[in-house]
Design a protein around this ligand. Sequence first.
Ligand code: G3P
Ligand code: CA
Length: 285
Amino acid sequence: MTPLVIAHRGASGYRPEHTLASYRLAIALGADFVEPDLVATRDGVLVARHEAEIGGTTDVATRREFAGRRTTKVVDGRELTGWFVEDFTLAELKTLRAVERLPDLRPRNTRYDGRYEVPTFDEVLTLVEAESQRLGRAIGVYPETKHPSYFATIGLALEEPLLAALAGCDLPVFVQSFEPGNLRWLRSRTSRPLVQLVSATGRVDLVTGTGLRRVAEYADAVGVDKELVSPGLVADAHAAGLQVHAWTLRDETDSIEDTQALVAAGVDGLFTDHPDTTLEACRLQ
Ligand code: G3P
Ligand code: CA
């Protein structure tokens, strides 16, 4: 079966990541799902950014009025210096504009620097609902709670606003997290499909036979680093009742054959920065 094509941070190979333009293009290119990573503003609004630190993905460093907010924090064990989303109200964040995170790798995308706002999760849902209606196909959303324990410790839990936003949403949904505790809490509150993320440098114990059976107690899929994928892992996950979604394909590092090897291994979904290339590789399989 053809795997789901999940647009990683939108069509982030072609537009600054986590912008409505990036999600809109991903849908136009045929993606089945768009993937917003979610963090929270000072006033508790979920917005799409990959990190709490927003210096690399917005023009905040050029804004004199926010110079005093530059600071150093430890987020999940990493010391980071910059500007943090939780120190900005939504109104302040909305005055910023997105920039390409990887200008050296993707110089063509810098032509869009300064054009797009940071979208709220509600705005992402509204876009996907409108595009689903317009195109007559159900496009899904695949939100990730980013650093949920960190946000909880500063009084900005991500889970309740996420479930509130999804309450009236008829779109296909997967909710993903690297934190098992976060997913277990969500499992107790929602029947939405949940995805345990596993990085090659992280909780690889979760993708052993025993680990997968434990994950199946609270999740419906594993979202695994593509380096971890093998036919054996996919077979073990399927035996445990879990789908396997692999991340992340990008034109700069992955060939069509690399994509096809993941499909041949039996994965059920593919995260990609370039949805059109991934769809083409699947079609040619
Ligand atoms: O969510 C799957 C994949 O996106 C996890 O990695 O760091 O891009 O959020 P990251
Ligand atoms: Ca993600």
